[in-house]
Design a protein around this ligand. Structure first.
Ligand code: 13P
Ligand code: SF4
Length: 326
């Protein structure tokens, strides 16, 4: 029997028994997308059934912010976490932005509030505030400019100042500080997924697999990054694998990403230290279908707060060169 379009997308990506379960859901989602003029915008950490099965556009946080601003669709289902959906709404205020599970949060976004940023501004008057997009709309609204892991260094250096406050990821901030002469004042935030990797486990891979390449996300602690051959955003890591075609690679980031990239890189063997993001994993084919079926959960942002947040996001987009989606 000829495979359906949904089955074709997943052949060789997930086991055949799982395809049988996923294919009808994918078909339902495709029909709902057509009915509502909707698209699914998916982060690179989505599971392969979502990433290869229903995502219309996919990428890292930077690409998702740009793609949300550019799409002609009326409805965006953000298959990712809440701050990504909020950023899409800030970038595209006239569109309906849906997130399939409201509890898909982020440990970094939870580490800081708008009131914290106001206190920092009092303590360091005149020092520009560079804020990672993994934050709430209130925190972005108090900031001078946003950044992502893909452009943090570029954004910090674009300001032409000696000192910046960098919020909230201390490890990304430390990585930026290690690459620039700009003094970086840090906040005590971290990613619950990337802080669990250790330098010892990476050395174990190096010792047991001669020639293995190690690539890491800059949310990892400094001793982990010191073991890496390449440090980059999720899209940066994907591009690196496709360009370098290493024989064996360890991707030091959320583990669904290796599954997604492996499907498109048959000559590369992926060694998989696996830390899952519990927030990203809240998004499923079932709740994407329900999100389109019932119009839930709509992301709303206070227009006045969103206006200020948008300025910080737009400044970032103006600094950074246009990336391509993964
Ligand atoms: P990227 O912008 O690199 O995709 O990272 C987002 C994220 O949440 C990493 O944990
Ligand atoms: Fe947040 Fe870390 Fe999950 Fe990314 S992986 S969404 S930074 S908790």
């Amino acid at each position: 029997m000829t495979p359906s379009l949904a089955e074709e997308r997943l052949l060789g990506v997930i086991p055949e028994l799982e395809i049988a379960v996923a294919a009808p859901l994918i078909q339902e989602i495709e029909e709902l997308k057509r009915k509502h003029n909707a698209i699914v915008l998916a982060h690179n950490y989505m599971t392969p059934d979502i990433f290869h099965g229903v995502a219309d556009l996919k990428g890292d946080s930077l690409a998702l912010a740009r793609l949300a601003a550019d799409t002609d669709a009326e409805v965006i289902v953000l298959a990712g976490v809440h701050f990504m959906a909020e950023t899409a709404k800030i970038a595209s205020p006239d569109k309906t932005v849906l997130i399939p599970d409201l509890d898909a949060g982020c440990s970094l976004a939870e580490s800081i509030t708008g009131a914290d940023v106001r206190l920092l501004k009092e303590r360091y008057p005149g020092v520009p505030i560079v804020t990672y997009v993994n934050t709430s709309v209130e925190v972005k609204a108090e900031s001078d400019v946003c950044c992502t892991s893909g452009n943090a260094l570029e954004v910090v250096e674009s300001l032409g100042v000696d000192r910046v406050i960098f919020l909230p990821d201390k490890y990304l901030g430390q990585w930026v500080a290690s690459q620039t002469s700009v003094e970086v004042i840090l906040w005590e935030g971290s990613c619950m997924v990337h802080e669990r990797f250790t330098a010892a486990e990476l050395r174990m891979y190096r010792d047991t697999v001669p020639g293995v390449q190690i690539i890491a996300h800059p949310e990892c602690p400094p001793d982990v990054l010191a073991e890496a051959d390449f440090v980059g955003s999720t899209a940066g890591m994907i591009d690196w694998v496709h360009a370098e075609q290493p024989r064996q690679v360890v991707m030091v980031t959320e583990c669904s990403m290796a599954d997604n990239v492996a499907a498109d890189a048959p000559n590369v063997e992926f060694l998989r230290p696996c830390n899952l993001c519990p927030h990203m994993k809240r998004i499923t084919l079932e709740n994407i279908r329900d999100s389109l079926l019932y119009g839930r959960y709509e992301v709303e942002v206070d227009p006045a707060v969103a206006h200020h947040a948008r300025l910080a996001v737009d400044r970032m987009l103006a600094v950074s060169a246009r990336p391509r989606a993964a």
